[in-house]
Ligand binder design. Sequence first.
Ligand SMILES: [Zn+2]
Length: 416
Amino acid sequence: MRLISIFISLIISLQAAKVVETRWLEGQVFSKYLEDRKVPLSLMNSIDDSDKQFLSEIQIGMKFFELFDESGQLLQALIPIGEEMQIQIARDKSSGKYSFDIIPIEFSKDEYKVVTQIETNPHDDIIKATNNRILANKINSFLKEQVDCRKLKKSDTLAIIYAQKKRLGKPFGSTDLKIAMIETGGKKRFIYADEEGVPFTKTVKKITYDSKGNRVTAAQIRKIKASYIFGMPLRHIRISSRFTYKRWHPILHRYRPHLGVDFAARRGTPLLAVNKGKVIFAGWKGGYGKVVKIRHRSGYVSLYAHQSRIKVKRGQSVKKGQIIGYVGSTGRSTGPHLHFGLYKRGKVINPLKVLKKSSGKIASFITKRIEIKGAKEKRAKIMKMLKHPPINYKWEYFKLNYTLINEKKHYTKVKS
Ligand SMILES: [Zn+2]
């Protein structure tokens, strides 16, 4: 009985209070925020050092709730740090002292169904049907990968099942999309999400792992494969002397190996790193004159000799195609050209066997086919929804509920 009366008096005393939604501004610091809200800075000093790190987790643009009394005094602020926890600044009613705490965000999470017709585009139509911008953005990125949205026609049907956290009546955090269906030209196209929210067009997904067992996406595989491919050291290629273990040397007038490829080019022509890597030598080296050596992945080292000018420093990381120096004729050379050498684990190899081709040993990947959990059940749910369209849940963006402070527990209860 006593508890109930406290509860009722709290509601009454809070009725004049006002909940305001605020955005955390760029460049805003926590101490300045406290100052602006007339919270004594002693609160700042009372925060544990280990808790202070969380102050930098407040994201720019993050929306948060503030509760003010009728005189404009801050009663409570709830500032999310991530989707699960929030900073709570609360004013004790009797002592007037402020406290700082990090507490769980209270929210509910439910599943919602939407069926709507395309009028303008999926993004705008979803907002119109649900008022949920987070969902609309999610749908957009979800569909973009699988459906050409420009080909959608008016009155095509879009059906979605999603889960959304709700906080103070508003959508909160990211949308957990379960399944989407777009019916266009009489054909239904389903997009299923796996447990991690990754979209797939079939109920069976292919998952690729690298040799270490890490999951990799198609884009990552393309990138990894590309990193195994060497480019050319010059934009325009004219080979003047090929790789050989034995050749007639024009200056020494005797047989010598030619442990690289000579490319004819004008003095000052930019030299390009054949792959990304790290500069391990940049300077003068005997007959090679001004030379740069770059170490690449899988034990490769490339060498660029006779340069007129070196543009990189030892220890520097370079990208594939980055200019590392300029063609010259320094060292033992008969005229401007690039002598290009390639080494694998300390052994010289014929560069032309590797340049522009794969390095031979491309990373290995394993692909597994896995049934997406619950995909067929979700598809059946969508089919049911199409027969009996649900009333789309409209999120209330502009109506805020009040916040109840349970002073006894010194804990926040948020009405959802
Ligand atoms: Zn040469």
